[in-house]
Each structure stands twice: as C-alpha cells, then as structure tokens.
Design a protein around this ligand. Structure first.
Ligand SMILES: [Zn+2]
Ligand SMILES: [Zn+2]
Length: 228
C-alpha cells in the first residue's frame, strides 16, 4: 500500500514551509481521505471519503461548489446532494474502506477510516478526542495510524456542550499516542496547529520523542510518501 500525505495543516491561519495544505491522504493513487483542498481532485481519485464536514477537510464548504467526484460523507450535505452517506464498509477493487465513528464535534458527525488492502491495514482519524470503546475491536491490528496533531499539550482542547453535555475538540498528541499504541507500532501525526508552525524542527523532535521501543511516532509533511 502506498500513502501520500497531501496536506498537514490544521484548521489554522498560520502555516509553515511543507505544511501549507489542509487535510488529505491519497492511498494507492485511488482513494482520497479528506478533501481539504479542491486541487486534490486533480489527482483523479476513484473515490473520496470525507471524515467530517469542517472546511479544512471538506473544501467545498467554502467554494460552495460540488466536487466532480464520487464522494462519501458521514452525513448529508446540501452542497453535494449526489454524495453518498457512508454507513458500512465499501469495497473498490482491492481496497476495503470501513468507517469508525470518532468523537470530535457537536456540529458535525465525524468518522475515521480503516483502509485495507490484502493484509495491510491503515487507520486515518483526522480530528478527534477519542473513539468509543465499542468500536475498538473494529480497529484491530493496524500497520499505521495517521492522526490529529492540533495540540501538543496533554488534554488538547476539549470543551463540553452545555445543553447536550457532549464533548468536542481535540485530544493532545500525548493523549493520542497512548490511545493508539495498543493497535499499532507506527503513528504518523498530521493536521498541525499553530504551535507546530512556530518551530517546525523543534515540534517534529518533540513528536518523535514520544516514540519508544514499541511504537514509532513521527510528524508528517505535505507530500510525504509512505510504502507499507
Ligand atoms: Zn480539522
Ligand atoms: Zn474538525
């Protein structure tokens, strides 16, 4: 399986060289996870899967133009009335893409995606606080996890909706590493907040320092390629 991390910039106005584009992961040139930039469609993916309807993951929310692509969303969207709402695993050629509900927002339903090809399995979470215990078995053994780098501080930024009591926001990277290490030995951090852009080299080193003899943690950059 070949992954290309198209964009690593989170939902922030700042950017840094190598971290200018919003969310997108292209798998085997065919499957695009998140459409943070409309320009990603020039890669002509066969299918597009959006994790949640926030503009740094679904650029059509800003352009108000439906993308000319086969697109799966976690929920209906009036801008893309032809999009399908994903409720179960989708098979296309050798790949199976399975949704896993994540906790992130109160104004949007959010999903991570497991992409499987043969024995290889990858999970892409995009923005998240956590994943409900009932979905942990679905994650199983993963060759790679690609997850949220919005915050370096422990606890991230999590708020609670006063009416519903629902949590929303982002966990910190030091929370996500212990969460995901039971499923994988390799974690790639993307979707960086402004903390990262202030000192890319120092920030990348702090992320790598979360590695130990059982798990490798690294920072992604725009255009990074990974072979599994
Ligand atoms: Zn985001
Ligand atoms: Zn979001």
């Amino acid at each position: 399986m070949r992954l290309e991390i198209l964009g690593t910039r989170g939902n922030v106005s700042s950017s840094a060289p190598g971290h200018t584009r919003h969310a997108g992961v292209l798998i085997d040139g065919a499957i695009l996870l998140d459409l943070g930039q409309m320009s990603y469609l020039r890669r002509r993916p066969r299918l597009v899967f959006v994790t949640h309807l926030h503009p740094d993951h679904a650029a059509f929310l800003l352009t108000h133009r439906a993308p000319l692509a086969d697109i799966y969303l976690p929920e209906r969207c009036s801008i893309v009335p032809t999009a399908k709402v994903i409720t179960r695993p989708i098979q296309i050629g050798e790949h199976v893409i399975a949704p896993v509900p994540t906790i992130h927002a109160t104004n949007a339903r959010s999903l991570g995606y497991i992409v499987r090809r043969g024995r290889r399995r990858v999970f892409y979470s995009s923005d998240m606080i956590s994943i409900d215990r009932r979905y942990h078995r679905r994650l199983g053994r993963l060759d790679l996890v690609v997850t949220d780098g919005s915050f370096m501080r422990r606890g991230g930024l999590v708020r609670r909706d006063p009416t519903s009591g629902q949590r929303f926001g982002h966990a910190g990277i030091p929370d996500l590493v212990p969460f995901f290490r039971r499923f994988t030995r390799r974690i790639l951090v993307t979707h960086f907040g402004s903390w990262f852009n202030r000192d890319v080299l120092g920030a990348s080193r702090r992320i790598e320092a979360l590695s130990d003899d059982r798990v490798t943690v690294t920072a992604a950059r725009d255009g990074m390629r990974i072979e599994l």
